[in-house]
Design a protein around this ligand. Structure first.
Ligand code: SF4
Length: 354
């Protein structure tokens, strides 16, 4: 028998999200965006159904709850956004601007596990004019204060841009607004449609990055680290202010080496433009009791540590509290990571650690 040659394979690029099933609210088809997405779905030969409301999809296929969850993550729902009151979005912005709700990623720790409950499918909204009109009102109310809008509170909109095109509209809208700013974060590298947007420096484009251990074990169905960094370089070259969110920061064996390596890789790969106006946001891992139950059911083999005994309980403002790292551990993470950041990026701005 011939000995088998073991070749090192080049990892494949993470493909754009293509849903396996789609639902449309009939009203959505009255909007050009709804019509365009409908055509795209038909051209791709993706099965579709009609639904009375994007909030009530009850007939998803799948035998078990976990199966239904996996299918829901590959299901696109196209609807009209009725609630136009924006949520607040502290600490990164004043308001959460709706673009989409739900995400095709499978990050074990994602807080959408609990906030979306039984509705983990991916909803996109076609009435972006109404949403932007509302944003304008919020800007007017606060001016001359700057109003910041976070577009990634309930989804990863960059990963859906090839379907909806909404982010580019928001970016160009904010580009025209003296007192309005947009920001969002992504784990996807599909930034091409946004590179020529007229952003006027009013949108901060952030990438979520982490130690290799975290990306490898807890972030399936998202772009690889190298792809995200390459995309960050392109975004910086397109003149966008750039940022990185290190979240969730996870205490694991070898975390010091893991996070050191992260900033070394960032520093050696990013082009010079990227470091001119660079921000970092740091968020330690946290979980609620409800999240723990859901995660254990959906990702039963996950290595995500969620042992209440090893954590500190932090009371929540709206009822359910969260488990964070005890003070000394959180402080060690904050200090160590902050030092590594300023070692490599002395001009960067650290926005917060929470
Ligand atoms: Fe959640 Fe972001 Fe992962 Fe999507 S990419 S599953 S929004 S953490």
């Amino acid at each position: 028998m011939e000995p088998t040659e073991t070749k090192k394979k080049t990892p494949r690029s993470t493909g754009e999200f293509v849903p396996e099933l789609a639902y449309f609210e009939p009203e959505a088809l009255n909007y050009p965006k709804g019509e365009r997405i409908f055509q795209w779905i038909k051209d791709k030969g993706i099965p579709y159904r009609m639904t009375t409301s994007h909030n009530r999809i009850t007939n998803l296929p799948g035998e078990t709850e976990v199966e239904q969850y996996k299918i829901a993550k590959r299901t696109l729902v196209v609807g009209v956004r009725k609630t136009l009151k924006f949520d607040t979005s502290k600490p990164s912005a004043e308001y959460a601007i709706p673009v989409a709700t739900g995400c095709m990623g499978h990050c074990h720790y994602c807080y959408l596990q609990t906030t979306l409950g039984a509705k983990p499918y991916v909803r996109v909204y076609v009435n972006t004019d109404d949403i932007l009109k509302q944003a304008k009102q919020y800007i007017e109310e606060r001016k001359p204060e700057i109003t910041r809008f976070e577009a990634a509170c309930t989804s990863d909109p960059v990963g859906l841009e090839h379907i909806s095109g909404s982010l580019k509209e928001y970016i160009e809208f904010m580009g025209q607004e003296e007192f309005g700013r947009l920001r969002f974060v992504t784990k996807y590298h599909h930034v091409e449609p946004l590179l020529d947007a007229k952003h006027n420096g009013h949108t901060r484009f952030r990438f979520s990055v982490n130690a290799a251990y975290v990306i490898k074990n807890f972030e399936p169905a998202t772009s690889r680290f190298e792809e995200r960094i390459e995309a960050a370089g392109k975004v910086a070259k397109a003149g966008y202010p750039l940022g990185f969110i290190v979240a969730p920061i996870i205490w694991h064996d070898g975390w010091e080496e893991g996070y050191t390596e992260l900033f070394e890789k960032l520093a050696s790969t990013l082009p010079e433009e990227a470091t001119r106006d660079l921000t970092f946001e740091l968020i330690q891992h946290r979980f609620t009791k409800t999240a723990k139950t859901v995660i254990e059911k959906r990702y039963p083999k996950s290595k995500l540590e969620m042992d209440e005994a090893k954590r500190q309980y932090k009371w929540g403002r709206w009822g359910q509290g969260k488990y964070v790292y005890p003070k000394d551990q959180a402080e060690a993470l904050r200090e160590f990571i902050t030092e590594r950041i300023f070692e490599k990026f002395p001009q960067a701005k650290l926005e917060y650690f929470t």
